[in-house]
Design a binder for this molecule. Structure first.
Ligand SMILES: *Cc1c(COP(=O)(O)O)cnc(C)c1O
Length: 412
């Protein structure tokens, strides 16, 4: 693919009709090339080549993808792996790194973290039954936590620092380098969740000397619903960590069918069973787009979008009851912005389902009073930012949201 000179590049995606799509931080849009690749995979690789495709392309497909992910996260391909979902990979890594730890009894995280990440941790700690506890650093404003305040909680009792780089609700971005260095100074490990930052924020796992990381592929990487997650393990640790799910794909020689498990060398031991090839194939073309633009250009455009949005909200919407619930400093936030409003749920509903046939605007709602606007620099434009602010203003001044119908929804 040729280098792309300027953003956005909406023609590379299937854009939902009559819609401004601001939910790329939850489910990225479908790249046009992905549909073609999946059509071909289904027709030719599955349909025609069938089982022969395992040797022809499928068996080492994760390795092909890691080549393309590597520049996006600043890692070597052989330290990356695609498999399972984020929660399952967190389980495997947490179990692997906490089992057998002696003389350290806390895992340090924060209360901005994604609940699933904390649930998995709670489960692992109760399973290991080693007396280790979770310590959550809390945010005083539900938006951010100053790096100094977090770092001063790390001490000789900390086994692991366990954080999400960009918070799912407020969009606050931790200082990965400073926190990783502080953890290492105290002899603790770090495990970073990159789900809300990968693809929009420059990440340099290798030079930051991160121990372990996971990330999601269906958000800013545009890999499609339920696309497998990726993990990173620093070379230093790969042969010391033991995967608790000892599946055949993570064993030394799966097709020798030995009855006793021996782990594969390197990160491959964290594979479990047969990879979901169709979902993995849906990741490739999105990575190509990001690599052809370059993460720096993406980050610059992301900052322009979120900055314009915040400026417009401050000048046009604060008198209407809206409040910015994200960091105002662009260096401290990812690519989404949360707004608080007492009637957020009804306003969100009116944006998505306008009753007067105007353009639908799709952000998402996070209880109790947050609307999250995800700005995907690959396909969102500055004009869409302005139209969104106009529509918010129109809804509240004309009280259109007071008439919103509230369908029951499981996914918000
Ligand atoms: C999206 C996201 C996940 C998703 O987890 P799955 O197990 O893949 O559903 C996990 N953690 C964070 C921080 C996320 O943003």
């Amino acid at each position: 693919m040729q280098a792309i000179e300027s953003l956005p590049v909406p023609h590379l995606f299937h854009l939902p009709e009559n819609c401004i799509y601001l939910d790329g931080n939850s489910l990225g849009l479908l790249p046009v090339e992905t549909q073609k690749l999946l059509d071909d995979t289904i027709k030719n690789e599955w349909g025609n080549r069938a089982i022969r495709s395992w040797n022809e392309t499928w068996y080492e497909y994760s390795e092909k993808l890691t080549e393309k992910l590597a520049p996006i996260v600043g890692a070597h391909p052989e330290d990356l792996l695609f498999c399972d979902n984020v929660s399952s990979n967190l389980y495997k890594l947490l179990h692997a790194c906490l089992k057998g730890v002696k003389g350290r009894s806390t895992v340090l995280s924060d209360d901005l973290n994604f609940p699933s990440d904390l649930y998995v941790l709670q489960g692992v700690l109760s399973e290991l039954d080693s007396g280790m506890t979770v310590k959550l650093v809390s945010s005083s404003d539900n938006i951010h936590i100053p790096t100094e305040k977090f770092v001063e909680q790390i001490d000789a009792d900390t086994a692991l620092v366990y954080l999400t780089q960009v918070a799912f609700k407020s969009g606050f971005m931790h200082d990965m380098r400073a926190i990783t260095e502080a953890a290492h100074r105290h002899g603790a490990m770090v495990l970073w969740d990159l789900s809300h930052s990968v693809g929009v924020v420059p990440i340099d796992l290798e030079s930051t000397n991160v121990d372990m990381a996971v990330g999601c592929t269906y958000k800013y990487l545009n890999g499609g619903p339920g696309a497998p997650s990726f993990m990173y393990i620093n070379k230093r640790l790969q042969d010391r960590l033991h995967c608790p799910v000892q599946g055949w794909f993570g064993s030394l020689n799966p097709f020798e069918f030995q009855l006793d498990y021996k782990p594969a060398q390197g990160i491959g031991r964290f594979k479990t069973g047969t990879p979901p090839i169709l979902s993995m194939k849906a990741i490739e073309k999105g990575l190509d787009i990001i690599n052809s633009v370059g993460i720096k250009q993406i980050r610059d455009q992301s900052m322009r979008l979120t900055t314009l949005f915040i400026e417009k909200v401050q000048t046009e919407l604060t008198s209407l009851g809206f409040e910015v619930a994200s960091p105002l400093d662009p260096n401290q936030r990812g690519s989404h912005v949360s707004l608080k409003h007492p009637e957020a749920l009804m306003i969100n509903q009116t944006l998505i389902y306008p009753s007067d046939g105007s353009t639908a605007i799709i952000p998402d709602f996070r209880a109790p009073d947050n609307i999250r606007f995800g700005f995907a620099p690959l396909y969102n434009s500055m004009e869409e930012v302005e139209m969104t602010v106009e529509q918010l203003k129109r809804i509240v001044t004309q009280k259109l949201h007071m008439r919103a119908q509230m369908p029951e929804q499981k996914v918000t």
